[in-house]
Design a protein around this ligand. Structure first.
Ligand SMILES: Nc1ncnc2c1ncn2[C@@H]1O[C@H](COP(=O)(O)OP(=O)(O)OP(=O)(O)O)[C@@H](O)[C@H]1O
Ligand SMILES: [Mg+2]
Length: 331
């Protein structure tokens, strides 16, 4: 299958005034600014297949929003190529935006002073959406996103969660084949987040919409994404599925065993005892070396076991390690 998004050697450099120390430095910088270059995106390449739901992750300032702005045609790259759905985003923008939807969680694309429904009707005209399709889509989205109670409210008076739902609805009214979401759950409570996630999942699985989203919430990733790309300082650190990520960087798994009786020694091949508290023993083992079931088999052949549990390393901790240690997947 051919890719719906192809990004190759993408760069975006910004020229910003150099900061100088002290009052004298500030005055000098104001009078004659010396410029320095920020490499927000510094040579990124990837492809995305139709129907994928991909998470684009990275610490603050990594270059996620800048990438999404280039993919939606808001920014022109300094270098590199982008093809989305057969088009170059920043050329023929009008035709291009008709094929994509985008939500930037930090700001709305709706008209501040208009009631939500009027904002949506305005979009119908802008995108030239046939009346029947608009009616059907609006009916579907307002039910899925539970929007009835605030359709007549001006956008400026909406709560953050309501605004995000209105923005998502607005981004999808014209049936785009692609959806770009920059922090769609930012600042929302757990219930609102879950609703947004279910909606994104629905759009992806029922309409086959390809989704690329950035988030700092790893529950979004766990619940939604079949693949993640991790970037830092404008470069790609990792690309792959979550199971692969955990296998590669997750570290050791743990097996916690409650023995049925006291044993003087509880050693077993393939695992190390890392804690012992009465009848409870915690083992650590490497997923590359032994499976949990093989380990349990070895233990139960030798000891009487009351109960046991396998503990997986947490995704959150694993991704934190990748950021902190700048772990790079070897090619
Ligand atoms: N218009 C701009 N002018 C100058 N520098 C910019 C501009 N836009 C972004 N940057 C810089 O580029 C880098 C990447 O910013 P970007 O907004 O893409 O990060 P991000 O990964 O989205 O971070 P966050 O998680 O905080 O949203 C940052 O150092 C930022 O300060
Ligand atoms: Mg951002």
């Amino acid at each position: 299958m051919s890719s719906i998004i192809t990004v190759s050697g993408l760069h975006k450099h910004f020229s910003v005034p150099k900061r100088r120390a002290g009052l004298w430095g500030t005055l000098k910088a104001l009078a004659r600014p010396e410029m320095t270059v920020v490499r927000a995106v510094d040579g990124i390449s990837f492809t995305i297949q139709p129907g994928e739901l991909v998470g684009y992750l990275g610490p603050n300032g990594a270059g996620k929003s800048t990438t999404l702005k280039m993919l939606t045609g808001l920014l022109v790259p300094s270098e590199g190529e982008v093809w989305v759905n057969g088009q170059v985003p920043w050329r023929e923008r009008e035709r291009y935006v008709a094929s994509i939807g985008a939500v930037f969680g930090q700001r709305t694309t709706l008209w501040w002073d208009l009631p939500v429904v009027e904002s949506l009707e305005l979009l119908q005209h802008i995108y030239d959406i046939p009346a029947a399709r608009f009616r059907d889509n609006l009916a579907q989205f307002r039910a899925l996103l539970d929007m009835d109670s605030f359709l007549d409210t001006p956008v400026r008076s909406l709560s953050l969660g309501q605004r995000m739902r209105a923005d998502l609805c607005a981004a999808l009214l014209h049936d785009p084949v692609l959806l770009f979401l920059d922090e769609p759950t930012i600042g929302l409570d757990v219930v609102a987040k879950e609703r947004i996630r279910q909606f994104i999942q629905h759009v992806n699985s029922e309409h086959g919409t390809t989704v690329l989203l950035t988030t700092h919430d790893l529950s979004d990733v766990e619940k939604l994404c079949n693949r993640v790309m991790i970037i830092d300082q404008g470069r790609l650190l990792f690309g792959g599925g979550l199971p692969h990520l955990m296998e590669r960087f997750g570290g050791n798994r743990e097996l916690v065993v409650d023995f049925a009786e006291e044993y003087p020694a509880v050693d077993v091949e393939g695992a190390a005892v890392v804690a012992r508290d009465g009848l409870r023993v915690t083992y650590q083992f490497a997923r590359q070396e032994i499976t949990a079931s093989a380990l349990i088999g070895r233990l139960s052949a030798r000891y009487r076991i009351q109960d046991l549990a396998v503990r997986e390393p947490e995704i959150e901790a694993t991704i934190r390690r990748i950021y902190e240690e700048k772990l790079l997947e070897s090619p």
